[in-house]
Design a protein around this ligand. Structure first.
Ligand SMILES: Cc1cc2nc3c(=O)[nH]c(=O)nc-3n(C[C@H](O)[C@H](O)[C@H](O)COP(=O)(O)OP(=O)(O)OC[C@H]3O[C@@H](n4cnc5c(N)ncnc54)[C@H](O)[C@@H]3O)c2cc1C
Length: 303
């Protein structure tokens, strides 16, 4: 089969953008497919302080710079949501989107991950009515109020610190006795006067009428139940990869992350995966960007 593209990159986050940049600069016929706004999870990130060469700026700024580079290189891009990837008998791929079908010799899957939900009563009801997954996007709505952040990992602490600068107060709630965030962030939070950290708490329910009015929590040790009054609550409890469409190839670990080799190729020849959707230990912008480059260079050598 004659394919339309040599490579299709699925996802326009940091991993997908770095892969496309390297492919286009190697004169490869590449198409990027993105279902939403380019930039991936960077656009929800209030501040990026750990990407070398980029100091204390917002994720949106970093995403904009990366995206401008893609546009300057004239990488071909379409807005579509990929729903299936099929490897044909001749080794080429048919990529099916909600709007169109595309054919290609190689696929780089860079679809990242989605926010995980708590699955407790009231969560669906109060989404966008006080419950949010993005401090950068919606923090300003609560500038004169006390907000709650759920999650004791890096994102919870990072975003809690950001909110402490724009809101009256922040209560950070963690399920575990220890925090998963780096010590430096935990210390910063502990030294922030308008931040309170609570651990060993289980979220039981979100309550309110038309809008959120409180978060009901239970102490894991004493069993004591209390309600923290708030109109704004931000959830940062982790992410799930969006890889269901690849399950049929047997390339997923038990959590849905994709197994790849050193060149970021899966067990399916020609199908590569990069960034946060890959089975690995560290999910950051720099590791996503590095994955994209490794896959792009490996494919370039084959074409
Ligand atoms: C709140 C927060 C703070 C963070 N802070 C930092 C930090 O300070 N420093 C740092 O290095 N990292 C940070 N990270 C992590 C960093 O954002 C991720 O590691 C990085 O964005 C991963 O890039 P990616 O391209 O693999 O995936 P993503 O950024 O998730 O991008 C994936 C893209 O694929 C698209 N997509 C998904 N499915 C489809 C489909 N079916 N069809 C088409 N398109 C699809 C999505 O819309 C998205 O644009 C933070 C993350 C969060 C959430």
């Amino acid at each position: 089969m004659q394919t339309e593209y040599e490579v299709i990159v699925i996802g326009e986050g940091p991993a997908g953008m770095s892969a496309s940049l390297f492919l286009k600069r190697a004169n490869i016929n590449v198409l990027m497919i993105e279902k939403g706004i380019p930039g991936g999870k960077l656009i929800w990130t209030s501040q990026v302080e750990n990407y070398p060469g980029f100091r204390k700026n917002s994720g949106v700024e970093l995403a904009t710079i990366m995206h401008q580079q893609i546009k300057d290189e004239k990488v071909k891009r379409v807005r579509d949501e990929v729903i299936d990837i099929v490897r044909e008998k001749d080794g080429n791929f048919k990529v099916t989107g909600k709007k169109n079908e595309y054919t290609t010799q190689y696929v780089i899957f860079a679809a990242g991950s989605n926010v995980r939900s708590l699955g407790v009563p009231g969560e669906n009801e109060f989404k966008s009515k006080g419950l949010s997954y993005c401090a950068l996007c919606e923090g300003n709505l609560y500038s004169n109020e006390k907000v709650v952040v759920i999650g004791g990992g890096t994102s919870g602490f990072e975003e809690g610190l950001y909110l402490s600068k724009i809101c009256k107060g922040v209560t950070l709630i963690s399920r575990s006795p220890q925090y998963k965030a780096p010590k430096i962030l935990v210390e910063k939070a502990k030294n922030t006067p308008n931040m309170t950290i609570m651990n060993n708490k289980i979220i039981k329910e979100f309550i309110g009428d038309a809008f959120l009015e409180g978060v009901v929590i239970e102490d894991k040790i004493t069993g004591e139940v209390e309600t923290i009054p708030t109109h704004g609550c931000f959830i940062y409890i982790g992410f799930d990869p969006t890889t269901n469409m690849l399950a049929k190839y047997g390339v997923l670990d038990e959590k849905g992350y994709i197994y790849v080799d050193d060149s970021r190729e899966t067990n399916v020849p020609g199908l590569y995966a990069v960034g946060d959707c890959v089975h690995k230990t560290t999910r950051q912008v720099i590791t996503a960007v590095a994955d994209g480059v490794v896959a792009a260079v490996a494919i370039t050598r084959k074409l």
